[in-house]
Design a protein around this ligand. Structure first.
Ligand SMILES: Nc1ncnc2c1ncn2[C@@H]1O[C@H](COP(=O)(O)OP(=O)(O)OP(=O)(O)O)[C@@H](O)[C@H]1O
Length: 577
């Protein structure tokens, strides 16, 4: 359940529901009306179009209505055909139908079943016909893919063939929920499924056995997040190796004010990587100076005299992303009255800064990867590819490791962009940088104000400096600059007192700030803070599921509703059955 709105104490006599492709909701979106009790009295067919739904006014009076937008994903099962499957089909014993048939007969329904086989054509086709006849689906269509392996225990060829087949199927794809069946085939085949499911092709895993029937397989680890941090570390080492000869002192980096060791390291890496014409990925919270670093890298590179085009990918409407980046010809789509060059063509010869690259839709990520590989762009509606020579510097504040694991960011694109990685630390982790930056901003503001009749040369009191050090700066350097500017305005005399600074600090902090809105200076009880968060999330999950504990437990990642019950008891939450 992705999104819901509560219409409190309102009555509808009828409701017009428009089913459409919604931004970010994948291909199928279902609007339904849901009772607080969890019933679904109306659930229109998940197809496009408008539905007029009559409602009984009295029946609905004084109740809360939830309008639910739920994504219905198509379910695909992918599996090898194993020896046990063949045997079951030949022996036709009712007690053992083999791993694949067991999954189809005892589990949820799949919209598509794709089977890989390294057995002969006749045997595998016969098995598929048998499987179709066994399953009580109205019409089960099994796709069979014959594969040649060096051997059924040769990891390299299993990996190459499976990955190729999944790519040919256009996976991973929004709107498709993948399931891999681990039981058929060799242990090497199972190992490859696990590896792919945890990295490039996020998928659920299942297994079957005679004793336990069908089971979901859960792993208490995540390859993407366990592996990628190490990869990031190795990338920094790779940049060090890339650099040869004495380090130039590049004045272009002088705008990056710092005295902390953490930033010094990043500037050193950036200086070196500027000299190599490779893509760069800059990671860091908002306001940490990612764009400043990108500009300095461009200015210190051989492309300094060529265009530097900065694009905020997060600000582009998803449906316009392809045309913005790659351009379009006249009439390519409704509204394309004239042809337009994309940012790639505008940056030809120079540097393209893709800020918030993690916000690009998956389809644009695929095109971007293709452009980076082929060094050619094809504007929308055109058939001719245009050669381009562009250096990419990308940046994001998002946790790309989590995005890759969740299938929101393509791992192959990540590797392509992350030849050089810079990780900009948040301001709170930069030792004395706060005071240095605040002093620099204050003297710049003093200098700008000079000559104005009411201008006063301002300085910080010791108390104000202390407060600067204690604040957690969730908006980082951007927040620091604006706070100093506000404090200059608030302070009546030449000294910025602690109270002036306190008044200038923004009271609202983002929900994901480390201390949930509190500063270190205020002090906090970690356990109490965690319990408070847990209470909030549990109540939200219960509200969204109409108090159905099993469904709420699933949302919260608990294995069953008893675990949720235990948490609720410990946190003093009443069960509202
Ligand atoms: N080390 C620094 N020295 C001086 N000014 C800095 C420094 N780092 C950042 N700034 C300034 O802080 C502001 C925010 O920096 P920038 O726009 O580069 O951050 P960002 O990480 O790209 O932010 P966002 O993720 O929101 O796009 C800019 O005005 C920039 O000039």
């Amino acid at each position: 359940m992705k999104n819901s709105r509560v219409f409190s104490k309102r009555c509808f006599t009828s409701l017009r529901i428009h089913l459409s492709r919604k931004k970010g909701f994948g291909p199928w979106a279902v609007l339904a009306i849901m009772w607080p009790t969890g019933n679904l009295p109306i659930c229109p067919h998940p197809s496009m179009g408008e539905h007029q739904i009559p409602l009984d006014k009295n029946f609905y009076r004084n109740k809360n209505y939830f309008i639910i937008v739920e994504v219905i994903k198509k379910k695909w099962l992918i599996s090898w055909i194993g020896n046990a499957d063949h045997q079951a089909s030949v022996e036709a014993s009712s007690s053992n139908s083999g791993p694949i048939a067991t999954a189809l007969l005892n589990g949820e329904r799949f919209d598509r079943v794709c089977l890989l086989t390294n057995y002969g054509h006749n045997r595998s086709s016969a098995y598929c016909s048998w499987l179709e006849s066994q399953c009580n689906y109205d019409s089960l269509a099994v796709d069979l893919q014959e594969v040649t392996l060096r051997s059924p225990i040769d990891y390299a060829s299993i990996y190459a063939e499976v990955a190729k087949h999944l790519k040919d199927l256009g996976l991973p794809r929004e709107g498709i929920e993948l399931t891999f069946h681990l039981s058929p085939g060799t242990p090497a085949m199972a190992a490859i499924w696990i590896m792919l499911a945890k990295t490039r092709f996020p998928a659920r895993l299942i297994q079957t056995s005679r004793e336990h029937g069908l089971e979901a397989v859960d792993f208490p680890f995540d390859l993407a997040s366990d592996f990628l941090p190490e990869f990031l570390q190795r990338s920094a080492e790779r940049i060090e190796r890339l650099s040869q000869g004495p380090q130039e002192s590049s004045p272009q980096f002088s705008k990056i004010l710092h005295c902390s060791e953490a930033v010094r390291q990043q500037v050193k890496l950036a200086r070196r990587i500027a000299a190599h014409d490779v893509p760069v990925l800059i990671l860091g919270e908002t306001g940490t100076g990612k764009e400043l670093f990108a500009e300095a890298i461009c200015a210190a590179s051989e492309r300094a005299e060529k265009p530097f085009i900065a694009v905020n990918c997060g600000a582009i409407a998803p449906e316009l992303a392809n045309s913005e980046l790659f351009g379009h010809v006249k009439g390519a789509f409704t509204g394309a009255i004239t042809a337009r060059k994309g940012h790639f063509q505008e940056a030809h010869g120079g540097t393209l800064f893709l800020d918030e690259v993690g916000d690009l839709p998956l389809e644009t990520q695929v095109r971007l990867l293709r452009v980076l590989q082929s060094k050619e762009v094809t504007p929308l509606g055109d058939s001719k590819a245009i050669k381009i020579d562009v250096r990419i510097v990308a940046a994001t504040h998002r946790d790309l490791v989590a995005d890759i694991a969740a299938g929101r960011f393509r791992e192959d694109l990540f590797h392509r962009l992350a030849v050089g990685i810079l990780r900009l630390p948040p301001l709170r982790a930069r030792d004395d940088d706060v005071n240095l930056l605040a002093a620099a901003f204050l003297s710049q503001i003093n200098a700008d104000a000079k000559g104005r009749p009411e201008a006063q040369e301002k300085r910080f009191s010791e108390n104000a400096k202390k407060l600067l050090r204690l604040h957690s700066w969730p908006g980082n350097i951007r927040e620091l600059y604006h706070t100093v500017l506000r404090a200059v305005i608030w302070s009546a005399g030449p000294v910025i007192e602690g109270e002036d600074l306190q008044a200038a600090l923004l009271p609202i902090q983002p929900a994901n700030s480390d201390l949930d809105g509190r500063t270190m200076a205020q002090g906090f009880d970690l356990q109490e803070l965690l319990d408070e968060m847990a209470r909030g999330h549990i109540l939200r999950a219960l509200q969204e599921t109409g108090n159905r504990k099993t469904a709420a437990a699933k949302i919260l990642g608990f294995s069953n509703h008893q675990t949720l019950g235990n948490w609720m008891k410990r946190l003093g939450l009443e069960t509202q059955d």
